[in-house]
Design a protein around this ligand. Structure first.
Ligand code: ADP
Ligand code: MG
Length: 612
């Protein structure tokens, strides 16, 4: 076949393939035009989920009749003029091809009356045909009608999913446009049904409430941060409000919905350890940045952007979220029990509590002792020991990196402080696994392993960020049979392992030996644990950053070093563990995201026992 230029219609159809995928994409382009035109009210009407008709009307600045044919012509725009304009895009559109692309795959009619004009003009476009402008009557603003989407692209039409799926996509698209523009009123109708009626307001939370309902909106925590040219506002859900997909992470840049791996990563990191694995937090984040500091001309639908200062963006988001959660008690309340069979439930709870108390022998497990709440000097557990290394040929210097004990100020005190500060801690270990104690407003049940693991994770990850962990030399290296990938991992990640306090070296064919191990670990089962670490390294090294990898290993270590379910604890150990609970950031969840603590308020108890 010879090389030849493609006819314009075909070029437009190809371009349409990039931006016009389904009714929801038409909605996006039309509503973006309305927003760019300064509309304060946008009405969207659909017939057959937008496939038969999708109409958007606005009260924006309008298009002068003479310009109407240009509006539907390819590569014609009023939003940029020079190449340099591309460097700082302040509008949602700028490519000048949306209407032309849509006209290549549907019948388009535009009626518009600019402010100051006493009549409207009308133009239609379909394929290559652009009609002459005819007079029309209309209030100030613009109405664009798109009929019979993909009438001339059978392949696309076939590809459209069930009408329910298309309706859901339209709805989702409207959320992405309406949430960042609360000051614009929106109304979405589908056939005879009003789907959304969002009145203009000046509050994002109100808009979220109108769109998604109060259960979601009223839980959100507001965050705000303004630094080094980046303004960040957000409404983020507490970690207990997670969803099964990442779709609930709405991120916007200068009023435009974007999807960005950097932002996703920052969110994931901030909630790390706070949410269960495979659960996703709900966030609405709004970034404001000088348009020159970001390139939105990366993708035809402009959903991806390129940052000029990616680091700043990442760290600001991470810090803002972390600070928010650092200052709140995130302990999930004990699930309220179903109202369905109150009597049965109540009886069940009574029995369970009675059972617990029976099993807890009063002598051994009812502890009552006075003493400082914050256990000083080396407590028997919970704080990683910093034993000096044994003498050996190449001693690794001990690192003293204990961070000063953060004592929570009155203002930041958690609502469920355990007993009164300085007073006695009354706690019980039940089933060798759970610690039950009194809080100011009820009772707290702690999973001893999960809590200890979290405490260790926090302290180890803080230390490891500062330098290698204290290492303990083995007098006799502990050798173990190793796979090729484990041997390779030991070789390739020597530095990383040393950071953790491990020295692992080849020890004959298919054999490795642990020469030194982190002092925080008990020396039993070291070679098994080393094997696990190396497997983890071999598996993930290729696709995560060293810092993330290191934290993953710290997680494994915290789990290994923590007391286990079933380990009996001494009163001092219990006191130490509970005291640290309040000092450790994010202590409400273990690093795997399981809760460490459940809480039941007196009110909950009173309700359950029908005392109120
Ligand atoms: P772009 O938005 O990239 O400029 P479009 O094809 O979407 O390209 O629109 C072409 C032009 O038509 C816009 O630049 C604008 O001048 C005009 N236009 C389209 N829709 C509207 C509207 N709702 N109100 C006012 N002007 C509009
Ligand atoms: Mg546009």
């Amino acid at each position: 076949m010879s090389i030849h230029r493609l006819p314009d219609l075909l070029v437009n159809k190809i371009a349409a393939g990039e931006v016009v995928e389904r009714p929801a994409s038409v909605l996006k382009e039309l509503v973006e035009n309305s927003l760019d035109a300064g509309a304060t009210n946008v009405q969207v009407h659909l017939e057959q989920c937008g496939q038969a008709l999708l109409r958007v009307s606005d009260d924006g600045m309008g298009i002068p009749p003479d310009d109407l044919p240009l509006a539907v012509a390819p590569h014609a725009t009023s939003k940029i003029r020079h190449e340099t304009d591309l460097e700082a895009i302040a509008t949602l559109g700028f490519r000048g091809e949306a209407l032309a692309s849509i006209a290549a795959v549907a019948h388009v009619a535009v009626v518009s009356r600019p402010r100051g004009f006493d009549a409207a003009g009308r133009v239609t476009a379909s394929g290559q045909q652009i009609s002459p402008v005819s007079p029309a009557s209309s209030p100030v603003g613009t109405t664009v009608e798109v009929r019979d989407l993909f009438y001339n692209v059978p392949a696309r039409r076939k590809f459209l999913r069930s009408s329910q799926t298309e309706a859901a996509a339209v709805n989702e698209q409207l959320a992405r446009l309406a949430i960042p523009h609360p000051q614009v009123g929106f109304r979405l109708t589908h056939g005879k049904r009003v789907v959304h009626e969002l009145s203009a307001c000046d509050d994002v939370r109100q808009r979220i409430r109108d769109f998604f309902g109060p259960e979601l909106a009223d839980e959100l925590i507001e965050i705000s941060r303004d630094e080094r040219g980046l303004s960040l506002k957000g409404w983020v859900a507490p970690p207990a409000q997670t969803r099964a997909t990442g779709k609930w992470q709405y991120t916007f840049l200068n009023g435009r919905y974007i999807r960005d791996r950097l932002l996703q990563h920052a969110v994931r990191e901030a909630y790390r350890g706070l949410v269960m694995v495979n659960r996703f937090p709900v966030v609405f984040l709004f970034l404001g940045l000088d348009p020159a500091a970001v390139d939105v001309n990366v993708h035809p639908t402009k959903i991806e952007v390129r940052w000029r200062n990616a680091r700043l963006v990442h760290s600001q988001v991470l810090v803002a979220l972390r600070e928010t959660f650092g200052h709140r008690d995130l302990t999930p309340p004990v699930e309220p029990l179903q109202e369905a069979h109150p009597d049965q439930e109540q009886e069940r709870i009574r029995q369970q509590i009675a059972e617990l108390f029976k099993q807890a022998s009063p002598v051994q497990q009812r502890l009552e002792f006075a003493g400082p709440r914050v256990v000083s000097s080396s407590p028997p557990i919970a704080a990683p020991p910093e034993a000096p290394p044994l003498p050996s040929e190449t001693p690794i210097p001990p690192v003293r990196t204990d961070r000063p004990t953060p004592v929570p100020s009155k203002a930041e005190a958690l609502p469920d402080q355990i007993a009164e500060p300085g007073g006695p801690i009354r706690a019980m270990q039940l089933h060798g696994t759970y610690l039950v104690t009194e809080s100011e407003d009820g009772l707290i049940i702690v999973d001893q392993h999960a809590l200890h693991e979290r405490i260790l994770y926090e302290s180890l990850s803080a230390r490891v960020a500062r330098g290698p962990l204290t290492s303990q030399r083995l007098l006799l290296p502990e050798s173990f049979a190793a796979s090729d990938s484990q041997i390779a991992a030991a070789e390739n990640h020597r530095a990383l392992l040393e950071q953790l306090g491990f020295v692992i070296e080849p020890f004959g064919p298919q054999t490795l030996a642990v020469h030194a191990y982190p002092a925080v670990l008990r020396p039993t089962g070291l070679s098994d644990f080393a094997g696990d670490l190396l497997d983890r390294l071999a598996e993930h090294a290729a696709d995560v950053r060293p810092q993330t990898l290191l934290l993953g290993l710290v997680e494994l270590m915290a789990c290994k070093a923590a007391v286990k379910a079933g380990d009996p604890l001494t009163p001092e150990e219990i006191a130490s563990l509970l005291a640290q609970r309040q000092r450790v950031e994010r202590s409400s969840f273990c690093p795997h995201g399981r809760p460490t603590t459940l809480r039941m308020t007196l009110r909950d108890l009173e309700k359950q026992f029908k005392r109120i």
